[in-house]
Design a protein around this ligand. Structure first.
Ligand code: P6P
Length: 356
Protein backbone atom coordinates (compact mmCIF):
# COMPACT_ATOMS: atom_id res chain seq x y z
CA UNK A 1 0.00 0.00 0.00
CA UNK A 2 1.56 3.29 -1.06
CA UNK A 3 1.64 6.25 1.35
CA UNK A 4 -1.01 7.91 -0.83
CA UNK A 5 -3.27 4.86 -0.40
CA UNK A 6 -2.69 4.87 3.38
CA UNK A 7 -3.70 8.51 3.79
CA UNK A 8 -6.85 8.03 1.71
CA UNK A 9 -7.98 4.88 3.53
CA UNK A 10 -11.08 5.75 5.63
CA UNK A 11 -9.66 4.07 8.71
CA UNK A 12 -6.49 6.17 8.86
CA UNK A 13 -6.45 9.27 11.01
CA UNK A 14 -4.13 10.84 8.50
CA UNK A 15 -3.51 14.59 8.42
CA UNK A 16 -5.88 16.33 6.04
CA UNK A 17 -9.56 17.32 5.76
CA UNK A 18 -10.93 14.22 7.52
CA UNK A 19 -8.76 14.91 10.58
CA UNK A 20 -10.09 18.46 10.74
CA UNK A 21 -13.60 17.03 10.76
CA UNK A 22 -13.41 16.01 14.45
CA UNK A 23 -15.57 17.68 17.11
CA UNK A 24 -13.72 19.53 19.89
CA UNK A 25 -14.27 18.77 23.58
CA UNK A 26 -15.83 22.21 24.03
CA UNK A 27 -18.26 21.66 21.12
CA UNK A 28 -19.16 18.24 22.53
CA UNK A 29 -19.70 19.62 26.06
CA UNK A 30 -21.97 22.39 24.77
CA UNK A 31 -23.97 19.90 22.65
CA UNK A 32 -24.46 17.73 25.74
CA UNK A 33 -25.43 20.81 27.79
CA UNK A 34 -28.03 21.85 25.19
CA UNK A 35 -29.84 18.58 25.89
CA UNK A 36 -30.76 19.96 29.34
CA UNK A 37 -32.89 23.10 28.81
CA UNK A 38 -32.44 24.36 32.36
CA UNK A 39 -28.69 23.88 32.33
CA UNK A 40 -26.81 26.99 33.44
CA UNK A 41 -23.60 25.86 31.80
CA UNK A 42 -21.86 25.63 35.19
CA UNK A 43 -21.08 21.93 34.83
CA UNK A 44 -19.79 22.49 31.30
CA UNK A 45 -17.42 25.12 32.68
CA UNK A 46 -16.07 22.67 35.30
CA UNK A 47 -15.24 20.22 32.50
CA UNK A 48 -13.67 23.05 30.52
CA UNK A 49 -11.50 23.99 33.52
CA UNK A 50 -10.33 20.38 33.91
CA UNK A 51 -9.48 20.18 30.21
CA UNK A 52 -7.47 23.40 30.47
CA UNK A 53 -5.43 22.14 33.44
CA UNK A 54 -4.79 18.85 31.62
CA UNK A 55 -3.38 20.72 28.60
CA UNK A 56 -1.02 22.68 30.85
CA UNK A 57 0.17 19.53 32.61
CA UNK A 58 0.66 17.85 29.24
CA UNK A 59 2.75 20.82 28.09
CA UNK A 60 5.10 20.54 31.10
CA UNK A 61 5.11 16.74 31.09
CA UNK A 62 6.36 16.50 27.50
CA UNK A 63 9.60 18.26 28.40
CA UNK A 64 9.92 17.34 32.09
CA UNK A 65 13.62 16.55 31.81
CA UNK A 66 14.38 19.90 30.22
CA UNK A 67 12.50 22.33 32.45
CA UNK A 68 13.52 20.95 35.83
CA UNK A 69 10.21 19.28 36.74
CA UNK A 70 11.47 15.70 36.71
CA UNK A 71 12.43 14.03 39.96
CA UNK A 72 10.97 14.50 43.43
CA UNK A 73 10.42 17.47 45.73
CA UNK A 74 12.28 15.81 48.61
CA UNK A 75 9.07 15.84 50.66
CA UNK A 76 6.59 13.10 51.54
CA UNK A 77 2.90 13.67 50.75
CA UNK A 78 -0.07 12.88 52.92
CA UNK A 79 0.00 9.34 51.53
CA UNK A 80 3.47 8.76 52.94
CA UNK A 81 4.85 8.66 49.40
CA UNK A 82 7.74 10.75 48.08
CA UNK A 83 6.09 13.60 46.16
CA UNK A 84 7.28 14.04 42.58
CA UNK A 85 7.75 17.61 41.33
CA UNK A 86 5.11 16.98 38.67
CA UNK A 87 2.66 15.83 41.40
CA UNK A 88 2.86 19.25 43.04
CA UNK A 89 2.67 21.08 39.69
CA UNK A 90 -0.33 19.09 38.51
CA UNK A 91 -2.12 19.71 41.81
CA UNK A 92 -1.46 23.46 41.50
CA UNK A 93 -2.68 23.55 37.88
CA UNK A 94 -6.03 21.98 38.82
CA UNK A 95 -6.53 24.18 41.88
CA UNK A 96 -5.69 27.29 39.83
CA UNK A 97 -7.96 26.37 36.90
CA UNK A 98 -10.91 25.40 39.12
CA UNK A 99 -10.52 28.43 41.38
CA UNK A 100 -10.38 30.73 38.33
CA UNK A 101 -13.38 29.00 36.77
CA UNK A 102 -15.55 29.75 39.82
CA UNK A 103 -17.86 26.73 39.44
CA UNK A 104 -16.14 24.48 42.01
CA UNK A 105 -16.55 25.07 45.75
CA UNK A 106 -14.47 22.19 47.12
CA UNK A 107 -11.48 20.17 45.91
CA UNK A 108 -10.25 16.85 47.31
CA UNK A 109 -6.76 15.98 46.09
CA UNK A 110 -4.38 13.10 46.67
CA UNK A 111 -1.71 15.77 47.17
CA UNK A 112 -3.47 17.55 50.04
CA UNK A 113 -4.40 16.15 53.45
CA UNK A 114 -7.71 18.03 53.78
CA UNK A 115 -10.31 18.99 51.18
CA UNK A 116 -9.68 22.52 49.90
CA UNK A 117 -12.62 24.96 50.01
CA UNK A 118 -12.46 27.38 47.10
CA UNK A 119 -14.30 30.03 49.05
CA UNK A 120 -16.29 31.15 46.08
CA UNK A 121 -18.27 34.28 46.72
CA UNK A 122 -20.20 33.43 43.59
CA UNK A 123 -23.50 31.62 43.76
CA UNK A 124 -22.38 29.19 41.04
CA UNK A 125 -19.82 27.24 43.11
CA UNK A 126 -22.00 24.13 43.26
CA UNK A 127 -19.55 21.40 42.27
CA UNK A 128 -17.01 19.30 44.14
CA UNK A 129 -13.99 17.90 42.28
CA UNK A 130 -11.95 15.02 43.71
CA UNK A 131 -8.80 14.12 41.91
CA UNK A 132 -5.52 12.30 41.71
CA UNK A 133 -3.64 15.04 39.86
CA UNK A 134 -0.95 12.70 38.58
CA UNK A 135 -1.21 8.96 39.20
CA UNK A 136 1.91 6.86 38.69
CA UNK A 137 4.12 9.96 38.64
CA UNK A 138 7.23 8.03 39.65
CA UNK A 139 7.16 6.76 36.04
CA UNK A 140 7.78 10.26 34.61
CA UNK A 141 11.54 10.07 35.10
CA UNK A 142 11.63 6.95 32.92
CA UNK A 143 9.20 8.23 30.25
CA UNK A 144 6.43 5.75 31.09
CA UNK A 145 2.86 7.03 30.61
CA UNK A 146 0.98 8.46 33.61
CA UNK A 147 -2.46 9.89 34.19
CA UNK A 148 -4.90 12.21 35.97
CA UNK A 149 -8.14 10.88 37.47
CA UNK A 150 -11.09 13.11 38.38
CA UNK A 151 -14.52 12.70 39.96
CA UNK A 152 -17.25 15.37 40.06
CA UNK A 153 -20.11 15.63 42.57
CA UNK A 154 -22.78 18.23 43.19
CA UNK A 155 -22.68 20.06 46.52
CA UNK A 156 -25.47 18.36 48.48
CA UNK A 157 -28.47 20.46 49.51
CA UNK A 158 -28.09 22.17 52.85
CA UNK A 159 -24.40 22.97 52.42
CA UNK A 160 -23.15 26.56 52.11
CA UNK A 161 -21.04 26.77 48.98
CA UNK A 162 -19.07 29.72 50.37
CA UNK A 163 -17.98 27.63 53.37
CA UNK A 164 -18.60 23.97 52.35
CA UNK A 165 -18.20 21.39 55.07
CA UNK A 166 -15.35 19.05 54.12
CA UNK A 167 -17.58 16.01 54.54
CA UNK A 168 -19.63 17.23 51.58
CA UNK A 169 -16.95 15.46 49.54
CA UNK A 170 -17.68 12.09 51.17
CA UNK A 171 -20.47 10.81 48.92
CA UNK A 172 -20.81 7.28 47.51
CA UNK A 173 -19.64 6.77 43.93
CA UNK A 174 -23.24 6.40 42.74
CA UNK A 175 -23.68 10.15 43.37
CA UNK A 176 -20.98 11.19 40.87
CA UNK A 177 -22.28 13.49 38.13
CA UNK A 178 -19.17 12.86 36.05
CA UNK A 179 -15.87 11.02 36.14
CA UNK A 180 -12.89 10.86 33.85
CA UNK A 181 -9.19 10.51 33.35
CA UNK A 182 -6.40 11.92 31.23
CA UNK A 183 -3.74 9.49 29.99
CA UNK A 184 -0.45 11.17 29.05
CA UNK A 185 0.79 8.40 26.76
CA UNK A 186 1.92 8.08 23.14
CA UNK A 187 -1.11 10.36 22.66
CA UNK A 188 -2.73 12.45 25.35
CA UNK A 189 -6.37 11.48 25.78
CA UNK A 190 -9.17 12.72 27.99
CA UNK A 191 -11.88 10.09 28.60
CA UNK A 192 -15.01 10.86 30.62
CA UNK A 193 -18.60 9.94 31.35
CA UNK A 194 -21.59 11.82 32.72
CA UNK A 195 -23.65 8.64 32.94
CA UNK A 196 -24.61 8.53 29.27
CA UNK A 197 -21.79 6.40 27.89
CA UNK A 198 -18.04 7.02 27.70
CA UNK A 199 -16.36 9.33 25.20
CA UNK A 200 -12.65 9.74 24.44
CA UNK A 201 -10.87 12.84 23.16
CA UNK A 202 -7.36 12.96 21.73
CA UNK A 203 -5.29 16.11 22.18
CA UNK A 204 -4.10 17.69 18.96
CA UNK A 205 -1.15 19.71 20.29
CA UNK A 206 -0.84 21.67 17.07
CA UNK A 207 -4.17 23.40 17.78
CA UNK A 208 -4.36 22.82 21.55
CA UNK A 209 -7.74 21.09 21.34
CA UNK A 210 -9.05 17.76 22.58
CA UNK A 211 -10.86 16.18 19.60
CA UNK A 212 -13.57 13.48 19.82
CA UNK A 213 -11.65 10.46 18.55
CA UNK A 214 -13.41 7.64 20.47
CA UNK A 215 -17.19 8.28 20.65
CA UNK A 216 -19.33 5.96 22.83
CA UNK A 217 -16.47 3.73 23.99
CA UNK A 218 -17.45 0.21 25.17
CA UNK A 219 -15.13 -2.44 26.58
CA UNK A 220 -14.97 -5.90 24.88
CA UNK A 221 -16.99 -8.72 26.48
CA UNK A 222 -14.21 -11.29 26.02
CA UNK A 223 -10.68 -10.57 27.15
CA UNK A 224 -7.44 -12.25 28.14
CA UNK A 225 -5.34 -9.49 29.73
CA UNK A 226 -4.80 -9.36 33.47
CA UNK A 227 -2.94 -6.52 35.18
CA UNK A 228 -1.58 -7.16 38.67
CA UNK A 229 1.77 -6.97 40.44
CA UNK A 230 2.53 -10.70 40.60
CA UNK A 231 5.45 -9.86 42.87
CA UNK A 232 2.95 -9.84 45.73
CA UNK A 233 1.49 -13.25 44.77
CA UNK A 234 2.31 -14.87 48.13
CA UNK A 235 0.52 -12.13 50.05
CA UNK A 236 -2.75 -12.38 48.10
CA UNK A 237 -5.85 -14.11 49.50
CA UNK A 238 -6.01 -17.81 48.59
CA UNK A 239 -9.00 -17.24 46.29
CA UNK A 240 -7.10 -14.64 44.29
CA UNK A 241 -4.07 -16.90 43.99
CA UNK A 242 -6.40 -19.65 42.71
CA UNK A 243 -7.82 -17.21 40.14
CA UNK A 244 -4.33 -16.21 38.96
CA UNK A 245 -3.36 -19.90 38.70
CA UNK A 246 -6.53 -20.56 36.68
CA UNK A 247 -5.78 -17.68 34.30
CA UNK A 248 -2.39 -19.19 33.49
CA UNK A 249 -3.58 -22.74 32.70
CA UNK A 250 -3.59 -23.84 29.05
CA UNK A 251 -7.13 -23.86 27.58
CA UNK A 252 -7.58 -21.99 24.27
CA UNK A 253 -11.37 -22.54 24.53
CA UNK A 254 -11.49 -20.09 27.44
CA UNK A 255 -8.80 -17.72 26.11
CA UNK A 256 -6.14 -19.12 28.44
CA UNK A 257 -3.32 -18.70 29.28
CA UNK A 258 -4.18 -15.04 29.74
CA UNK A 259 -1.62 -12.30 29.07
CA UNK A 260 -0.08 -10.34 31.95
CA UNK A 261 0.31 -6.65 31.16
CA UNK A 262 1.23 -4.40 34.12
CA UNK A 263 2.71 -0.92 33.55
CA UNK A 264 2.76 0.26 37.16
CA UNK A 265 0.53 3.15 36.10
CA UNK A 266 -3.13 2.51 36.89
CA UNK A 267 -4.54 4.97 34.33
CA UNK A 268 -2.46 3.43 31.54
CA UNK A 269 -3.35 -0.16 32.48
CA UNK A 270 -7.00 0.82 32.85
CA UNK A 271 -7.09 2.62 29.48
CA UNK A 272 -5.52 -0.32 27.61
CA UNK A 273 -7.89 -2.77 29.28
CA UNK A 274 -10.88 -0.51 28.54
CA UNK A 275 -10.08 -0.56 24.81
CA UNK A 276 -8.77 -4.13 24.48
CA UNK A 277 -10.56 -5.87 27.35
CA UNK A 278 -8.94 -7.05 30.55
CA UNK A 279 -8.92 -6.85 34.33
CA UNK A 280 -6.80 -4.67 36.61
CA UNK A 281 -6.40 -5.89 40.18
CA UNK A 282 -4.86 -4.24 43.20
CA UNK A 283 -6.06 -6.43 46.08
CA UNK A 284 -5.14 -6.34 49.73
CA UNK A 285 -1.44 -7.11 50.26
CA UNK A 286 0.77 -7.26 53.34
CA UNK A 287 2.08 -3.80 52.48
CA UNK A 288 -1.40 -2.42 51.74
CA UNK A 289 -3.92 -4.44 53.80
CA UNK A 290 -6.79 -2.27 52.46
CA UNK A 291 -5.44 -2.21 48.93
CA UNK A 292 -3.41 0.70 47.51
CA UNK A 293 -5.87 2.55 45.30
CA UNK A 294 -7.96 5.31 46.90
CA UNK A 295 -11.71 4.96 46.84
CA UNK A 296 -12.76 8.58 46.32
CA UNK A 297 -10.48 9.76 43.52
CA UNK A 298 -9.20 6.59 41.87
CA UNK A 299 -11.55 3.61 42.32
CA UNK A 300 -14.89 5.46 42.19
CA UNK A 301 -14.27 7.54 39.03
CA UNK A 302 -12.78 4.57 37.16
CA UNK A 303 -15.61 2.33 38.36
CA UNK A 304 -18.16 4.82 36.94
CA UNK A 305 -16.35 4.73 33.59
CA UNK A 306 -15.93 0.94 33.62
CA UNK A 307 -19.64 0.35 34.27
CA UNK A 308 -20.69 2.93 31.67
CA UNK A 309 -18.50 1.09 29.14
CA UNK A 310 -20.11 -2.28 30.02
CA UNK A 311 -17.55 -3.44 32.56
CA UNK A 312 -17.56 -3.97 36.33
CA UNK A 313 -15.66 -2.78 39.40
CA UNK A 314 -15.67 -4.28 42.89
CA UNK A 315 -13.46 -4.70 45.92
CA UNK A 316 -13.73 -8.46 45.35
CA UNK A 317 -17.02 -8.64 47.20
CA UNK A 318 -18.90 -5.31 46.98
CA UNK A 319 -19.62 -2.99 44.03
CA UNK A 320 -17.15 -0.09 44.30
CA UNK A 321 -19.75 2.61 43.55
CA UNK A 322 -21.90 1.54 46.50
CA UNK A 323 -19.13 1.65 49.10
CA UNK A 324 -19.87 4.18 51.81
CA UNK A 325 -16.84 6.48 52.30
CA UNK A 326 -15.47 7.38 55.75
CA UNK A 327 -12.43 9.49 54.86
CA UNK A 328 -11.14 11.35 51.81
CA UNK A 329 -8.00 9.22 51.37
CA UNK A 330 -9.31 5.81 52.31
CA UNK A 331 -8.01 2.91 50.25
CA UNK A 332 -9.88 -0.05 48.80
CA UNK A 333 -9.00 -3.34 47.17
CA UNK A 334 -9.92 -3.03 43.48
CA UNK A 335 -10.85 -5.44 40.69
CA UNK A 336 -11.93 -3.51 37.59
CA UNK A 337 -12.48 -4.12 33.87
CA UNK A 338 -14.22 -6.71 31.69
CA UNK A 339 -17.32 -7.85 33.56
CA UNK A 340 -16.90 -11.60 33.10
CA UNK A 341 -13.29 -11.45 34.29
CA UNK A 342 -14.22 -9.46 37.40
CA UNK A 343 -17.14 -11.78 38.18
CA UNK A 344 -14.93 -14.86 37.79
CA UNK A 345 -12.36 -13.40 40.18
CA UNK A 346 -15.18 -12.66 42.65
CA UNK A 347 -16.37 -16.27 42.33
CA UNK A 348 -12.91 -17.60 43.21
CA UNK A 349 -12.81 -15.30 46.23
CA UNK A 350 -16.35 -16.27 47.30
CA UNK A 351 -15.52 -19.98 46.98
CA UNK A 352 -12.48 -19.53 49.20
CA UNK A 353 -14.53 -17.59 51.77
CA UNK A 354 -17.29 -20.25 51.84
CA UNK A 355 -14.68 -23.00 52.17
CA UNK A 356 -12.91 -21.18 55.00
P1 P6P B 1 2.93 -1.28 42.85
C1 P6P B 1 0.98 4.22 41.23
O1 P6P B 1 1.66 4.54 42.45
C2 P6P B 1 -0.18 3.32 41.60
O2 P6P B 1 -1.04 3.99 42.47
C3 P6P B 1 -0.91 2.84 40.35
O3 P6P B 1 -0.88 3.79 39.34
C4 P6P B 1 -0.18 1.57 39.99
O4 P6P B 1 -1.00 0.64 39.31
C5 P6P B 1 0.24 1.02 41.36
O5 P6P B 1 0.33 2.14 42.24
C6 P6P B 1 1.58 0.35 41.32
O6 P6P B 1 1.83 -0.12 42.63
O7 P6P B 1 2.77 -1.66 44.31
O8 P6P B 1 2.57 -2.43 41.92
O9 P6P B 1 4.25 -0.65 42.52
Amino acid sequence: MSPADISSSPSSSSPGPERDNFKTLEQFIIEQQDRFPHSTGAFSRVLRDIGLAAKMINRDMRQAGLIGVAGNTGTVNVQGEVQQKMDALAHQEFVRALRRGGECCLIGSEEHAEAIPLSSNQEEGQYIVLLDPLDGSSNIDVCVSVGTIFSIYRLPDGYDQTEPDLDAALQPGTEQVAAGYVVYGSSTMLVYTTGDGVNGFTLDPTIGEFLLSHPQLTTPDRARIFSINVGYYHSFEDGLRSYLDWLQEYDPETDRPAKNRYIGSFVSDFHRNLLKGGIYMYPATQGNPNGKLRLMYEANPMAFIAEQAGGRASDGHERILEKSPDTLHQRTPLLIGTEQMVRRAEAFLAEEHSAA
